[in-house]
Ligand binder design. Structure first.
Ligand code: TRP
Ligand code: SF4
Length: 394
């Protein structure tokens, strides 16, 4: 499970960092990708006018780069009210100091000085993210370095939840009853394994008992979780502890050689029109030592070089680097192949985006389907959560 804030047009930094990674992961896991509009409101609450359009444009960007609704579910956070309910319920046992200690809290307040972020909603940002992650019982969360602390928080919350509410009333009796459903022979084996684990700390016995429980066809998921929990001596595991899958930092830097970011004004957007791409790269700064064509340069001091690192093969890199150092090519010559590569990469993306843009019904249909899948998972989770927290009146 992962999410992205709908704060504006996606750019090549997003593509080479996050999105290409998602495209790979969608073939390996069952994925949920969320457009987190509530998170956008935590910082843009005074000026929410752009959020709705950004949501749809982001959906189009994701689809255009190849997030495949046939294998991954794309949904909009605010369409899943269960996430808000879970956020509220988690807030009951989340201590203020946990939230205040999350490094992004102070950092972002510092960075976004023009906004008043001394709000309840902004303090709860990582808890809302926790609700996103655990509502679908995600095991893995692909994120960049800057989000690792948030995933860490979701682990702590999941653990605390399991500790507080995994021990249902009559827990041991329920585990006993569940064990009986395995049939006589298995029950006997289970008891033996349990004893040798509990009395002798036999790790192999634990593993065998786990495998035995996993292999039972005729017991419910709830009973299975109960038995596993009982075996391990803790409560029932209601939420798995999610784990960050660190996205390697993108090599794609901005036009000025800093990290590509909208706030630095150094981006090339995913769907930037070709003439603008060409202008932006042609006017990119280069090694300042190359004033004249005859001045040799150093690729390591030039932001254009970082584009070669992303787009050029070994031969082309050799050509550029040797040409630069020997002053045998000009900077415009050097930029030409990168301009071509960016345009070539963007062309199919731009075309697919245009198709989706021209067919908003199709986009809505895809999103609706993703929302339904996310909601099914969320409903099931919340039923369980309400029950163990003692507020299920049915
Ligand atoms: N906070 C994340 C970011 O700014 C976005 C996000 C919200 C998220 N909910 C999530 C990421 C759940 C991963 C999982 O990038
Ligand atoms: Fe940069 Fe290429 Fe010019 Fe060298 S030749 S300074 S690498 S743009």
């Amino acid at each position: 499970m992962s999410g992205m804030r709908p704060t504006g047009q996606l750019h090549l930094g997003h593509y080479h960092g996050v999105l290409k990674n998602w495209i790979k992961l969608q073939t390996e896991y069952e994925c949920f990708f969320s457009i987190v509009d509530w998170h956008a409101l935590t910082t843009d609450y005074e000026d929410p006018g752009m959020v709705a359009d950004n949501v749809w444009q982001m959906a189009i960007d994701w689809l255009a780069v190849g997030i495949d609704p046939g294998s991954a579910k794309i949904f909009i956070q605010s369409r899943i009210p269960e996430i808000a309910e879970l956020h509220l319920l988690l807030s009951m046992f989340t201590s203020l100091s946990w939230l205040e200690r999350v490094p992004t809290y102070k950092d972002q307040q510092e960075k976004l000085k023009n906004k008043d972020l001394t709000t309840y909603g902004f303090l709860g940002y990582p808890l809302l993210q926790t609700a996103d992650i655990i509502v679908c019982k995600a095991n893995f969360v692909p994120v960049g370095e800057d989000q690792v602390a948030h995933v860490e928080m979701s682990r702590e919350i999941a653990r605390r939840f399991n500790y507080l509410y995994g021990r249902e009333a009559g827990y041991e009796e329920k585990a006993e009853l569940a064990a009986k459903k395995m049939g006589k022979k298995n029950l006997k084996l289970y008891r033996e394994l349990l004893t040798s684990y509990q009395e002798q700390g036999d790790g192999q016995a634990l593993e065998k008992a786990q495998a035995l429980i996993e292999s039972q066809q005729n017991i419910s998921i709830g009973d299975r979780e109960r038995l596993i929990g009982y075996l391990e001596g803790g409560g029932r595991m209601i939420f798995p502890e999610p784990q960050a899958l660190l996205t390697p930092a993108s090599k794609m830097l901005g036009l000025d050689g800093q990290k590509m970011s909208k706030s630095y004004g150094n981006t090339i957007t995913l769907r930037e029109n070709p003439s603008s791409v060409e202008d932006k790269i042609r006017t990119m700064p280069t090694d300042p030592a190359r004033v004249r064509l005859s001045d040799p340069g150093d690729p390591d001091k030039c932001p254009v070089w970082s584009l070669h690192e992303v787009y050029s093969d070994e031969d082309q890199k050799k050509w550029a680097s040797e040409g630069c150092r020997s002053a045998s090519i000009g900077c415009l010559d050097c930029k030409k192949p990168v301009i071509d590569s960016v345009l070539k990469e963007q062309q199919p993306i731009r075309e697919r985006a245009r198709e989706y843009q021209n067919d908003p019904e199709m986009v809505r249909g895809i999103i609706n389907e993703g929302c339904e899948a996310a909601r099914d998972a969320a409903r099931e989770t919340l039923e369980e959560v309400r029950q163990v927290m003692g507020i299920s009146y049915r």
